[in-house]
Design a protein around this ligand. Sequence first.
Ligand code: NAP
Length: 294
Amino acid sequence: MMATVFEKVAIIGIGLIGSSLARVLRGQGLARLLVALDANADHRRQAVELGIVDLATDAMDQAVTGADLVIIAVPMGAYASVAEAMAPHLGKGAIVTDVGSVKLAAIRDIGPLLPEGVHFIPGHPIAGTEHSGPAAGFAELFHGRWCVLTPPPGTDETAIQRVVGLWEAGGSMVEIMDAGHHDRVLAITSHLPHLIAYTIVGTATDLETSLQQEVVKFSASGFRDFTRIAASDPVMWRDIFLNNREAVLDVLQRFNEDLTALQRAIRWGEGDKLQELFSRTRGIRRSIIDANQA
Ligand code: NAP
């Protein structure tokens, strides 16, 4: 799909993801006018200084009026208020998309507030880092990574294809998926791993000072890899767990059962059970490397 040029693109939230998309749009000349809206004055200033947008504002009418593409890239807790504020300024035929990590909640919070004639194409790039803000973004963030779009049935096909073109311009592979399915898949591949990392790092932090120092000193033994994940943005992750409640609780239940089985195997010295599981999981790592997603 060839990317098409937009007359005016408004990026709502010029943080890690929003600014990376701005760099893609700017770098490839895909927006004649590129405007950022952000509540954070420092981020607005940085975005302009970095030269990745034409204009940065905190006035929704200025950002959105006349835009043929609006990209929502704020934490999901702000979705409903952002959608409500932009609705009166959206023109007929405008495309609204988002990058939020939970898709049923995005549809719930944004969909009903958009006026008729506006096309809503929910999206989620499976790419990111533990850093935040416009200075942390980079155009290559989406290279070789999947982007999932979850347009409800009946969504305008041309609008979908224009959003597909945008992500492909960023180097992504695009998959169209049902929103509920997306949320269940991400609960196990992303949300549960983050919850585990937050738990392990939190447990270590709660241990007394002497042990804490040893934890940092010997972190290369495995702990270090969890600390990178547990350094992810607290607001963004609070919102993900609040918004993907059912799916996360579901996989957490399964995980707890499997953990209890392992606990039992260790208690009863069942080495064959442990070895069998560890051998199976090694295969998963191999297939991730083979799929170029390592
Ligand atoms: P970020 O770097 O923190 O950027 C978000 C920006 O939006 C910040 O400048 C923030 O200002 C601003 N903001 C917050 N509330 C606002 C509001 N009500 N109105 C206007 N601006 C507001 O976050 P991000 O990592 O780019 O994440 C943005 C979205 O992308 C989230 O919905 C997340 O689920 C999704 N996502 C993130 C990743 C990832 O790895 N980071 C990956 C895929 C998808 P302050 O900093 O002052 O709050």
